[in-house]
Design a protein around this ligand. Structure first.
Ligand code: G1P
Length: 286
């Protein structure tokens, strides 16, 4: 069965970005001139996804407004003769079919995914965590869908992480199948370096079989009292295969100020019209 739907979770509190996130969703922070959430939506569309399910929460309405049509703005642009911008604005609101679910209590990533059970139904689906922005010629989700179509089983994205950083990621115990592809033997959420089964950390892209929902229902609260997707995947391993794919691309963790800043510099250095000035500016800082 084709992967047609993606869940994008935007319900997190964004504590690493306080105080900004008191009144602004972190997913609306700009990467150059587009909000972070738009990169996730464009990756999904570029991967052939037909329906996007955004899991939102209190205080996130700016995201819904962003993807909505603004007839008033269109009218102003039309009057000013700004046809190119007008067309871009219209395209943005017709990007794809987006539906919204409100996660009423923030009980973790696993719980957020569970709220979409009825909309997903009985088919494989993708998950994007939009903090992880991945710059790659082929969208990472498309790379993963190709793996899924070959093996017809769960696929999670991984990359090597620094030894001391295992506490920030789900970490897998891998068995190599081929270069960049592993069979997951076990996985653990945010282990201490001494307890990590490898240095392969889970990155925010998943292709999941619908059986994950039963696993999530059976998963008790784990790390920081939240229902962890990683724990549910560990449970699912008793019944299904999970492959881990070391994707091609450069990942930025934009969920914290330093990672967000690095992403902006890197993307700025690729942007004609910004690149040359930015290079000069960075050079004279040293
Ligand atoms: C989540 C997952 C973790 C994964 C990470 C990737 O953690 O729980 O397993 O490695 O995303 O970004 P979070 O970063 O939301 O704490």
């Amino acid at each position: 069965m084709k992967v047609r739907k993606v869940i994008i979770t935007v319900a997190g509190r964004g504590t690493r970005f306080l105080p900004l996130t008191r009144s602004q969703p972190k997913e609306m922070l700009p990467l150059i001139n587009k909000p972070l959430i738009q990169y996730a939506v464009e990756e999904a569309i570029g991967s052939g996804i037909e329906q996007i399910i955004l899991i939102t929460a209190l205080g996130k309405h700016a995201i819904e407004d962003y993807f909505d049509r603004s007839l008033e703005l269109e009218h102003v642009l039309e009057q000013k003769g700004k046809t190119k911008l007008l067309q871009e604005m219209r395209e943005l609101s017709s990007l794809v079919n987006i539906c919204y679910i409100r996660q009423k209590e923030q009980l973790g990533l696993g719980h957020a995914i569970l709220t979409a059970r009825e909309i997903i139904g009985d088919e494989p689906f993708a998950v994007i965590l939009p903090d992880d922005i991945i710059d790659s010629p082929t969208p990472v989700l498309r790379q993963m869908i190709a793996i899924y179509e070959h093996y017809r089983t769960n696929v999670i994205a991984v990359e090597p992480v620094n030894h001391q950083d295992t506490v920030k990621y789900g970490i897998i115990e891998p068995e190599e199948i081929s270069p960049r592809l592993y069979r997951v033997l076990s996985l653990v959420e945010k282990p201490r370096p001494s307890q990590a089964p490898s240095n392969l950390g889970v990155v925010g892209r998943y292709i999941l079989m619908p059986e994950i929902f039963d696993a999530l229902t059976a998963t008790p609260p784990g790390k920081i009292g939240e229902i962890q997707l990683t724990d549910a995947l560990q449970l699912l391993l008793g019944q299904q295969t999970i492959n881990a794919y070391e994707f091609e691309g450069k990942r930025y963790d934009t969920g914290n100020p330093l990672g967000w800043l690095k992403a902006n510099v890197a993307f700025g250095l690729k942007e004609p019209g910004i690149r040359e000035e930015l290079k000069k500016y960075l050079a004279q800082l040293e």
